[in-house]
Design a binder for this molecule. Structure first.
Ligand code: SAT
Ligand code: MN
Length: 590
């Protein structure tokens, strides 16, 4: 066990270099087998990295508690190290590559003394997809190794795919926990070298280097060079009772319900309608021979937010996490199960909270951290789409942008065309969540939900989107949604979850040229009669009017916010988008 050395000399040389620097006690070469996983799970429990849950209640499930100082992504310590600051652009934290390598190498010197260094080979994307990428993550964390097996196509097949050619492309990822000190926590990307170094953290998005680091930050850089898109989007399939099938990709910021939307169960009267999941977080998309956009999910699992997940809000996620799941920072019940705020049923009378302290319903602290997570293999999803492993990907009919907005943004609207859609994505905003450290609930611009994940200059990213649009002879329609609009008393106007199907149906019908809408200054908005409202509970006609309204005062403020955002990116914003802004202003003033 632990002897699965790849044949590729470039990989061997690089691992040897990292070994010479970090001085581990031994090297464990992972093969991804079940035997290896069983052995490592046992080791993780023995070392206190994981707690084995009640195997009758939750077979194959484990609990991990991260350091309380280390529970979310850290944007201020996430660096893009390109030769010039201009390449990283105004929305990234930039650092000089040579200086950063030197600083990190200093921290990594002897960092794995007395520890095991794991070498984790993995593939992102369906194995035969032309977009598939091979990566290796070197890590001294068992939690990372075990999570990577869930989240990626991990193991010997990655080394087989890479082959022996010395110039074969692979991502070099190095991760060390060091002493999990927030002052020595850095997540560094070197796009030109296809390399990532992450130190000082043990939290998912900072350390599962396949995910935000490779599949978004590095991949977005590669995608721009190579003419495709790497996006922070879920991908779902919608099939009508007549067997008509569409795929939709949707970009929402972290912790805004991507996983819930991707696994949605339609309301009762949608007999015969089926939603299936391709992915819940990341989409890699390329242009097909027919001029349509085709998407694959590079991942193999879901790293979803736990609190609020229930058989009511997301039954398919609940079924997925019944087995073979690694939970992070949820509460442990006295019978060895897990609990979190928003789970079905009563709160337990006693539990151990995410920090490892006693908890009762009278406690002031939350039992589960608001950003507690599950890592579960996509194969557990009862509504996994049958085409999830297709090398060519699935054709995308619609792209949806959206965020958490208490006001201004209607429930749904459609962009007039691709360029207008790119503008809507570029200026989209959302209230911040617990997925990253810092203030929660503050509205910030988050273009295409990629603000923390675009690995290069955001202006060039917008330009890239515009260019892709010119090459698409059969482009997806672009929409904006907002499930989070509130009334004056602060109550949500829209029930969300399964009822989002009503909006999705309107979107699909637009793609088929069937559903009605009204043209407004901001885009095409359904009138109440254009939406399927059968059996919709708890939304009065007045509430519906508010949900669909374009309020002139709110949009004046919105436009000012969009202008301010573009001004902060000057002079990088493409002319076309400045033109779109001007047209919006004219339409609003008319
Ligand atoms: O922590 S992750 O980046 O993996 C999840 C998220 O914030 O979207
Ligand atoms: Mn995400």
């Amino acid at each position: 066990m632990g002897e699965n050395k790849p044949a590729n000399k470039a990989v061997l040389n690089w691992v040897h270099e990292v070994e010479s620097l970090t001085k581990p006690e031994n090297i464990f070469w992972c093969d991804g087998s079940k035997e290896e996983n069983d052995y490592l799970l046992g080791e993780a429990c023995r070392q206190g990295v994981l707690i084995k849950l009640n195997q009758e209640k939750r077979p194959g499930c484990y609990l991990h508690r991260s350091n309380p100082n280390d529970v979310a992504r850290v944007e201020q310590f996430t660096l893009i190290c390109t030769p010039t600051e201009e390449e990283a652009g105004p929305t990234n934290h930039w650092a000089d590559p040579a200086e950063t390598y030197s600083k990190l190498h200093g921290m990594l010197k002897g960092a794995m003394r007395g520890r095991t260094m794991f070498v984790v080979p993995y593939i992102m994307g369906p194995v035969e997809s032309p977009l598939a990428k091979v990566g290796y993550e070197i890590t001294d964390s068992l939690y990372v190794v075990l999570s990577m097996r869930v989240m990626t196509r991990m193991g010997a097949r990655a080394s087989e795919k890479l082959g022996e050619k010395p110039d074969a492309e692979f991502n070099r990822g190095v991760h060390s926990l060091l002493d999990v000190n927030p002052e020595r926590r850095w997540i560094c990307h070197f796009p030109q070298d296809n390399a990532i170094i992450s130190v000082g953290s043990g939290y998912g998005g900072n350390v599962l280097l396949s995910k935000k680091c490779l599949a978004l930050r590095i991949a977005s850089y590669l995608a721009q060079k190579q003419g495709w898109l790497a996006e922070h989007m879920l991908i779902l399939g919608v099939e009508s009772p007549k067997g008509e099938k569409h795929y939709v990709a949707a970009a929402f910021p972290s912790a805004c319900g991507k996983t819930n939307f991707a696994m949605l169960i339609p309301p009762k009267h949608y007999d015969g309608w089926k939603i299936t999941t391709i992915g819940d977080d990341i989409a890699w998309m390329q242009i097909g021979a027919d001029g349509r956009l085709y998407a694959v999910n590079p991942e193999n699992g879901y790293f979803g937010v736990v609190p609020g997940t229930s058989y009511k809000s997301n039954p398919n996620a609940m079924r997925s996490i019944e087995r073979d799941t690694i939970f992070t920072n949820v509460a442990l019940t006295d019978d060895g199960d897990v609990w979190w705020e928003g789970k079905d049923g009563e709160a337990p009378q006693h539990a151990i909270d995410w920090r490892g302290n006693d908890w009762t319903p009278a406690s002031k602290e939350k039992a589960a951290h608001p950003n507690s997570r599950f890592a579960t293999p996509m194969q557990n999803n009862p509504v996994l789409d049958p085409h999830v492993d297709d090398a060519a990907g699935v054709p995308i009919s619609a792209i949806i942008f959206g965020g958490r907005r208490s006001d201004t943004m209607p429930l749904v609207f459609r962009a007039f065309d691709w360029q207008h859609g790119v503008y809507i994505g570029a200026v989209m905003a959302s209230e911040t969540t617990a997925a990253a450290t810092g203030a929660v609930g503050k509205v910030r611009r988050d273009p295409m939900a990629m603000l923390p994940f675009c690995g290069y200059n955001i202006g060039d990213y917008f330009r890239h989107w515009l260019k892709i649009g010119k090459r698409l002879t059969n482009p997806p329609l672009i929409f904006h949604v907002n499930w989070f609009r509130k009334d004056a008393e602060g109550h949500y106007l829209w029930p969300g979850f399964g009822d989002n199907m009503r909006v999705l149906k309107w979107i699909i019908d637009r793609c088929e040229g069937r559903s009605g809408a009204q043209k407004t200054a901001v885009g095409c908005i359904p009138r109440p009669e254009d939406l399927d409202l059968e059996d919709l509970e708890g939304v009065s006609p007045e509430q519906l009017d508010k949900l669909l309204a374009v309020d002139p005062a709110e949009w004046e403020k919105e436009l000012a916010g969009e202008k301010e955002f573009f001004a902060s990116l000057a002079p990088n914003v493409p002319e076309e988008l400045l033109g779109q802004m001007q047209q919006l202003e004219e339409r609003l003033r008319r």
